[in-house]
Design a protein around this ligand. Structure first.
Ligand SMILES: NC(=O)C1=CN([C@@H]2O[C@H](COP(=O)(O)OP(=O)(O)OC[C@H]3O[C@@H](n4cnc5c(N)ncnc54)[C@H](OP(=O)(O)O)[C@@H]3O)[C@@H](O)[C@H]2O)C=CC1
Ligand SMILES: O=C(CO)COP(=O)(O)O
Ligand SMILES: [Zn+2]
Length: 348
């Protein structure tokens, strides 16, 4: 009997471009959401964008968060209940977006995503990632109803945040390979649509790598478009599988071993060079990933990330333990194999 089911939760309005911040209230208004929003932001994005968004909603309340933590999620929930907010608007980087997304999920409220940096593909997805205990990977959260990405603001954000977003997209190549492998070996459900969209997104970004340069609004446009498309792939799949494979496991493990050392996207990019090597051993393939990262100025070595060779190898050999997600790491790679892979690819 045919018993497949799918429930795809996508944003309704996605605005990308110069000055679109000023259209936030219009984009939200179309959805006929009830009540006044609570704006969730952090210090820098507050100054750059959130104050202006609040004005569009007649000076609605605002809460400023500092750290990516469950205590902050709880504080946002409390504030939303106190001011009887109708929905949440997250204005900021990944920390803010994820806190707002997770608080919305808990409150059963609509969520609006206003990213001020193109640092990873969580800006559009229904996945939230706030560190809790040893857990670093994303969990299901409220997907945004509206996304407003002003390329003028994103282009002026620190360049390293944008290169991190690019590297998060480049890592889709290996994520899809891991997903296909899990499909073949473990009968994990695979979506051709989500897999193809994720891979195509990485291809388009790599094909345009030469035009991705600091301060250029066109670059912000390209990267945001790619992050949107990668987020849609995750929504189609109903999981982060299209954009998260062994390279993400290694990065999550690095976050546990040495928290706060490097940006998520930079870590998954470097790890992706190694997992591409593990997939095929073909120099052409891992070199392509390496060169694509290099072309946009993202790190390609553990040292550039700020991790020692030992830390990187430890992350490689233990990453398979952190989540029930089959990848090229299988039931674990040996220390010798990890050292070999990381050395051949020049990562350590
Ligand atoms: N949902 C998902 O799939 C994923 C979620 N994540 C989560 O995302 C978070 C990391 O996101 P990331 O964006 O890198 O980090 P942050 O949100 O911490 O932002 C990084 C820094 O950039 C600042 N900033 C943001 N926008 C601008 C701007 N336009 N101009 C100048 N500075 C700016 C922030 O300011 P300030 O200090 O004021 O905040 C902060 O200091 C982590 O919490 C991680 O868990 C990571 C990967 C995937
Ligand atoms: O970062 C992500 C996709 O790029 C989310 O992946 P995780 O589910 O591994 O956290
Ligand atoms: Zn990622």
């Amino acid at each position: 009997m045919f018993d497949k089911r799918s429930w795809i939760r996508l944003p309704r309005n996605v605005l990308v471009g110069r000055g679109v911040l000023s259209e936030t209230a219009d984009a939200v208004g179309e959805l006929h959401l009830a009540g006044t929003p609570l704006i969730v932001t952090s210090p820098t994005p507050r100054r750059l964008a959130a104050e202006s968004v609040a004005e569009q909603f007649d000076g609605c309340p605002m809460v400023t968060v500092e750290t990516a933590s469950f205590a902050e999620v709880k504080r946002v929930i409390d504030e939303a209940e106190d001011c009887e907010a109708g929905f949440l608007v997250g204005v900021g980087g990944g920390k803010v977006i994820d806190i707002a997304k997770m608080a919305s999920d808990e409150l059963g409220m609509g969520f609006v995503s206003v990213p001020t940096a193109a640092s990873h593909d969580g800006i559009v997805s229904g996945r939230g990632s706030v560190p809790e205990g040893d857990t670093r990977h994303s969990v299901a959260a409220e997907p945004p109803l509206v996304v407003v990405a002003d390329t003028g603001i994103v282009a002026d954000a620190p360049w390293r945040l944008t290169t991190a977003g690019c590297a998060d997209i480049i890592s889709n190549y290996t994520a899809v390979k891991d997903w296909q492998l899990a499909h073949r070996l473990k009968n994990v459900e695979y979506s051709e649509y989500a897999g193809a969209l994720s891979r195509m997104t990485a291809e388009m970004l790599v094909d345009n790598a030469d035009s991705i340069r600091p301060g250029l609004e066109e670059s912000a446009w390209l990267v945001i478009k790619a992050l949107v498309s990668s987020g849609v792939a995750m929504s189609i799949a109903g999981s982060s599988r299209p954009a998260s494979g062994a390279e993400h496991l290694i990065s999550h493990q690095l976050d546990r071993i040495a928290p706060g050392t490097a940006l998520h996207g930079h870590q998954v990019g470097v790890a992706s060079v190694v997992t591409e090597y593990l997939h095929s051993g073909d120099m052409g393939r891992w070199q392509n990933v390496h060169d694509a990262l290099g072309a946009i100025g993202a790190p390609t070595t553990a040292e550039e990330l700020g991790h020692s060779p030992e830390q990187f190898v430890e992350a490689m050999t233990t990453a398979h333990e952190i989540r029930d997600r089959y990848t090229i790491l299988g039931d674990g790679v040996s220390e010798e194999a990890a050292i070999e892979a990381a050395t051949v690819t020049g990562v350590i």
